[in-house]
Design a protein around this ligand. Structure first.
Ligand SMILES: [Zn+2]
Length: 373
């Protein structure tokens, strides 16, 4: 349902195995892994918190929306691309604010007045004037207020100057899929990723790699810990685009039938690069255009930048496994991803923002009254 920062207080209403059932508000329940929570002392009460004020201010490279809250409440942010909006749900929260303070230089983000969807559920819509969203980050300040930092549009259409994070899937003890003649997915992923890195560097981009050798990224242990380490490393890179490079597999019964290219995204802003990368990889490799998929992979849930996962070809398919052994094919795959990235940055840039028309409102000397007085 949502990714919560630490420090949020939740009501637990049940437990099954290693999962707690929690309430976000009276209308919405959710589940959270027991390893991610700490039980508060019995007797702690959680009252409905209040949203007392909101401000929008220009920071270094983001527009900051600050929600002044009386407690660290659970929240959810829903992104929309058409229209360009972020809808912020504040749960266990009632809007009691008197004003919205919009400071200079923040025309790109316009908060609408809070809507109280239920007694303990306030929704605030942020209208965005930039057609292409490039990422946002939500977290609590040290004083417990919710901050949503929204990144601005790209400054140019070029790959030059962009920061790209590349995540070669699997590595070290995790071989990924293994082909019928023993090709390990992790090796193909790394070869494609290293060639992609070179393409991007040559075009003037800054590149961050989660791994550059045949190693695990995390400290070892569970698959979840490994993926968490990749997410943490890629977030620290402050990338404009994150791409996880994989190759696909199915069970041996379907190995001959399944072949081709797939690209996945999760956040709505990631749809555009998923499409441009899918198209360019298929064009470069001549593979079957299977689909662009919406799926909640671990490394793609973060909202700091558009995040895409590409499955170039099927390691499990005998023909495609042989292709993935050929250096030329691996290079063409990297070339395809690079062209897709280039097409994305070109499409995502937009002309200088136009100040939207503001309806002229005449203030009346007396309060408005209805037809019946
Ligand atoms: Zn994989």
């Amino acid at each position: 349902m949502t990714v919560l920062p630490s420090g949020v207080k939740l009501w637990a209403i049940g437990r099954e195995g290693s999962w707690y059932k929690v309430t976000l508000c009276q209308a919405l329940d959710g589940w959270i892994g027991a390893s991610n929570i700490r039980e508060l002392d019995a007797g702690v009460t959680l009252d409905t918190a209040r949203l007392t004020d909101m401000s929008v201010s220009a920071q270094d490279d983001v527009t900051r929306v600050l929600f002044y809250l009386t407690d660290r409440v659970p929240f959810r942010i829903r992104q929309s691309v058409f229209p360009a909006q972020l809808k912020v749900d504040l749960f266990r929260c009632a809007a009691a604010q008197e004003a919205i303070h919009q400071f200079p230089g923040t025309v790109a983000v316009r908060p609408l007045p809070p809507q109280q969807l239920a007694s303990d559920w306030a929704e605030i819509t942020l209208d965005l004037t930039n057609a292409h969203q490039t990422g946002y980050r939500a977290y609590f300040s040290s004083s417990g207020h919710l901050i949503v930092d929204i990144k601005g549009p790209f400054a140019s259409a070029s790959v030059a100057g962009k920061r790209v994070a590349i995540d070669p899937g699997h590595g070290g003890p995790d071989s990924g899929a293994v082909g019928p003649t023993g090709l390990c997915e992790k090796d193909a992923n790394l070869a494609i990723s290293m060639a992609l890195r070179q393409e991007l560097l040559s075009a003037g981009a800054e590149v961050f790699m989660t791994r550059e050798r045949d190693v695990a990224v995390g400290p070892g242990g569970s698959r979840g810990a490994e993926l968490e380490a990749r997410v943490a490393a890629s977030k620290a890179a402050k990338a404009d685009l994150f791409i996880s490079v994989h190759n696909n597999a199915v069970g041996s019964g379907n190995a001959a039938k399944a072949y081709g290219t797939e690209t996945y995204y999760w956040t709505p802003m990631s749809y555009l690069p998923a499409v441009t990368i899918q198209e360019a990889v298929v064009a470069a490799l001549g593979t079957r255009d299977r689909f662009v998929g919406w799926q909640r992979f671990y490394v793609m849930r973060e909202t700091d930048c558009p995040r895409v996962l590409v499955e170039c070809a099927f390691v499990s398919n005998p023909q495609e496994e042989q292709k993935l052994r050929a250096p030329l094919f691996l290079h063409q795959a990297s070339r395809g991803i690079f062209e897709g990235i280039r097409a994305y940055f070109a499409a995502a840039v937009q002309p200088p923002s136009v100040t939207p028309a503001v309806p002229q409102i005449e203030l009346l000397p007396t309060p408005l009254v209805g037809p019946k007085g």
